[in-house]
Design a protein around this ligand. Structure first.
Ligand SMILES: [Zn+2]
Length: 267
């Protein structure tokens, strides 16, 4: 997998935020040129997904990239895949509204291991409706758990969320505390356990793609769990009232492998 040499950890922590430039300017010592602020971007209109690549040269790969995300997951090649080994611990609920989504920055100490490479869980966030689709079907929400390896490679675990009959207690701490206005990460007294956010079945599809927000950097290992979990309509509405549409449209798969596990007996 390609290395994401262009994505330092602070960018990862602040993915999809537009106060990154302010942080850079404040921390600048005058010895290095101050980076130009990244442009504002949105999910509709002139600053929307079809124009992201034109907003700034640093966003160019959004338009020119050949390995962009999300995609429609269809006709996956069935091969024996290694399990994703989850080692998630509880974290303080560092929840905030970054203007593009609700994000939770995760305390250090939780990780996945994939193909013998450990990736630390850095943050998770949501999209409404889902960004990936499965055989053309979209879901109410999609959860992205963003991980980074020691060498800066990214792996994102995606969880599809559909409407169910009752409130999901494992998501209640998040969905009862969605910050309605844009702000910075603020620790709450609540805790969250990311292992409780996953479906029981960890069967997944995988491909190499990109960030789904500017700068759309490629080289991201996507691990999409194909078994949806359920939230109540009330929980879904709590998010969609804040973010009616924060999903990038699906991108062409081009010349990429989409792989699915061929062993159906896996739990
Ligand atoms: Zn995302």
């Amino acid at each position: 997998m390609k290395k994401l040499t262009q994505i330092p950890v602070f960018v990862l922590l602040l993915i999809a935020t537009f106060y990154v430039p302010a942080v850079l300017i404040v921390s600048g010592q005058g010895m290095t040129p101050t980076p130009q602020p990244l442009p504002h971007w949105t999910y509709e209109g002139a600053e929307g997904p079809t124009n992201w690549g034109n907003l700034d040269s640093r966003f160019a790969v959004c338009a020119t990239g050949r390995a962009q995300s999300p995609i429609n997951l269809s006709k996956a090649q069935m091969v024996p895949l290694t399990d994703i080994k989850f080692d998630y611990k509880a974290s303080k609920l560092n929840i905030f509204n970054n203007g593009h989504t609700i994000q939770v920055n995760y305390d250090a100490g939780s990780s996945i291991t994939y193909n013998e490479i450990p990736y630390n869980l850095v943050q998770f966030h949501f999209h409404h409706p889902s960004e990936h689709s499965i055989d053309g079907q979209t879901f109410a929400l999609e959860l992205h758990l963003v991980h980074s390896s020691a060498s800066g490679d990214l792996a994102v675990v995606a969880v599809m969320i559909r409407q169910g009959d009752k409130d999901n207690p494992d998501y209640a701490g998040i969905f009862n505390n969605l910050p309605s206005t844009q702000g910075t990460p603020t620790p709450t007294t609540l805790t969250i356990d990311a292992s409780r956010l996953l479906p029981a079945s960890k069967v997944y599809d995988t491909y190499t793609g990109s960030l789904t927000t500017p700068p759309c950097s490629e080289g991201v290992r996507w691990l999409v769990l194909t078994t949806p979990i359920e939230l109540s309509q009330k929980q879904i509405d709590a998010f969609s009232h804040l973010f009616e549409d924060n999903a990038r449209p699906v991108q062409p798969i081009n010349n990429r492998d989409l792989l699915a596990d061929q062993s159906p007996a896996k739990p």
